[in-house]
Design a protein around this ligand. Structure first.
Ligand code: PGA
Length: 249
């Protein structure tokens, strides 16, 4: 009932030539099954949108400005602009944004709202650090990351959004959460939505991210509350990304 989603987060990797080659290889395989979203660096969004035209592949951004509209905000790219060039999704609160750009839960609630106002579907990324996990604070940290958005925007805001659980200790480290660890947190995330609205909780897709590879994807995606994946490193190699998409069928 919840269609799976596989999103590729290219992070700060690639070039126009790489985008053409990678998207070409993905299109040639015409992967079926999950919804597939490619999130290139913002300067390549137009190019990737053009390459994906006429296919089922969709394009997302990795970040957006906190403020709506336009204005004197040097370097920022607004939700309207991302939508204008063809993005339809956007990552909000990736741990690398939280860590290196000091993005707070309140700031991210505004980005989330701005995305939706412009017709972008936000993918809200949540997750704990290793220290937080070891201190037994997983539910406290993730609960607050989710409730900050609900407090600011209301639970109905999740009618048009996706969540991604990305334990910070698993991102780019090769240390993947076990399927049982992922399922436990995914079920907790769904319970937090269900506290507000059981129907929305049942419909919202919750992706897992953090060292997803072809070898571990199927087992993760088989968990009842894991609705697909947010893929970093393995989204840069067509064969790996396609194998992960196949695991989400
Ligand atoms: P990874 O990154 O798959 O390289 O661990 C995931 C992400 O940060 O979205």
């Amino acid at each position: 009932m919840r269609r799976k989603v596989v999103a590729g987060n290219w992070k700060m990797h690639g070039s126009r030539a790489m985008a053409r080659e990678l998207v070409g290889q993905i299109l040639a395989a015409s992967p079926g099954g999950p919804e597939i979203i490619l999130c290139p660096p913002s300067v390549y969004i137009s190019e990737v949108v053009r390459l994906c035209e006429g296919s089922a592949l969709m394009v997302g951004a990795q970040d957006l400005a906190e403020r709506d509209g336009s204005g004197a905000f040097t370097g920022d790219v607004s939700a309207d602009m991302l939508h204008d060039v063809g993005a339809r999704w956007v990552l909000v609160g990736h741990s690398e944004r939280r860590e290196y750009h000091a993005e707070t839960n309140d700031m991210l609630a505004r980005k989330f709202d701005s995305a939706q106002k412009s017709g972008l579907t936000p993918i809200l990324c949540v997750g704990e650090t290793l220290a937080e996990r070891e201190a037994g604070r997983v539910e406290e940290v993730i609960g607050e990351q989710i409730h900050a958005v609900i407090r600011a925007n209301g639970i109905a805001t999740f009618e048009n959004a996706v969540l991604a659980y990305e334990p910070v200790w698993a991102i780019g480290t090769g240390k993947v959460a076990t399927p049982a660890q992922a399922q436990e947190v995914h079920a907790f995330i769904r319970s937090q939505l269900a506290r507000e609205d059981a129907n929305i909780a049942g419909l919202t897709r919750v992706l897992y991210g953090g060292s997803v590879k072809p070898a571990n994807a199927a087992e993760l995606f088989a968990q009842p509350d894991v609705d697909g994946g947010l893929i970093g490193g393995a989204s840069l190699a067509a064969s790996d990304f396609l194998a992960i998409c196949a695991a989400a069928r």
